[in-house]
Design a binder for this molecule. Sequence first.
Ligand SMILES: CCCCCCC/C=C/C(=O)SCCNC(=O)CCNC(=O)[C@H](O)C(C)(C)COP(=O)(O)OP(=O)(O)OC[C@H]1O[C@@H](n2cnc3c(N)ncnc32)[C@H](O)[C@@H]1OP(=O)(O)O
Length: 296
Amino acid sequence: MALVARVRALLLPGSRLRGATLGRAANGGGAGARRALSHRVLVEADPAAGVAVVKFRNPPVNSLSLEMLTELGICLEKLENDKTVRGIVLTADRPGIFSAGLDLTEMCGRNPAHYAEFWKAVQELWLRLYQSNMALGAAINGTCPAGGCLLSLTCDYRILADNPKYTIGLNETQLGIFAPFWFKDTMVNTIGHRATERALQLGLLFTPAEALQVGLVDQVVPEDQVQSTALSVMSQWLAIPDHARQLTKTMMRKATVDQLLKHREADIQNFVSFISRDSIQKVLQVYLQKLRKKNH
Ligand SMILES: CCCCCCC/C=C/C(=O)SCCNC(=O)CCNC(=O)[C@H](O)C(C)(C)COP(=O)(O)OP(=O)(O)OC[C@H]1O[C@@H](n2cnc3c(N)ncnc32)[C@H](O)[C@@H]1OP(=O)(O)O
């Protein structure tokens, strides 16, 4: 069975969810139900507040593997269809690493068909998040490089924990690869052209103070207040009538979304041919080996 079909079957209502638990939400919402919807994504919904907290739990580093992208996409689709949910906060289940970005093992030593399937899943998740009608917030409770940063940039606002280890940015050039045009556009829409050009060329990972200064995040708060702050900011966004907020969001993001929709297939082909190059494979293998060597 194809991966998407397998994951869908796993998440269908009534199917047996491995590790599923039911209890009170940990976010202080009295009526909140805590539900584990899949292996890699935990959803804590608070219907009274109209908010769901979506927590990444893909150890060891919350990397965006094909399975993680697929499970996250399906969870978001379910929440989009849930009339009791108007806002989502994205965060890591365990503080320390929000997401290490795209899973490098999906981009190394595989075949072109795999690269194409993986990139399509990255595009789909971005399109789902960036076009979401819901208000989205990021409670960034850990380090947040590359694809992790992209996830947070799709949100309407970002709250970052005040910990100098928790850096954030699109650091692709430091790996010897580069951020594609729609990663770049998402950052431009947040911090402007000049700051993005500098950040992307240098592959900058910003400390919390720097991220706040450049506008990459909206607030830096003590580590134990990231989620509560994200939820309290969410209540401001949800105080605006949905239709007015949604129409405005669509208007602001449409040109960026249309660019990817128009060039979607070419973007996949471009990714596949770039990532398949021997020189790029070598660079990625060396980077991965360096990461692994630390632990062995
Ligand atoms: C035309 C387009 C061209 C291409 C576009 C491509 C766009 C790419 C976007 C990306 O997102 S690329 C990924 C960029 N990510 C990073 O650079 C982060 C790399 N990771 C780290 O810096 C660190 O792991 C960390 C996140 C700071 C955590 O450090 P910590 O010391 O806590 O853990 P580690 O010991 O480093 O890692 C544990 C374990 O996890 C593996 N790992 C880490 N990151 C990744 C990853 N992104 N993908 C896959 N695996 C990852 C690491 O190798 C370790 O493995 P083992 O040693 O346990 O085997």
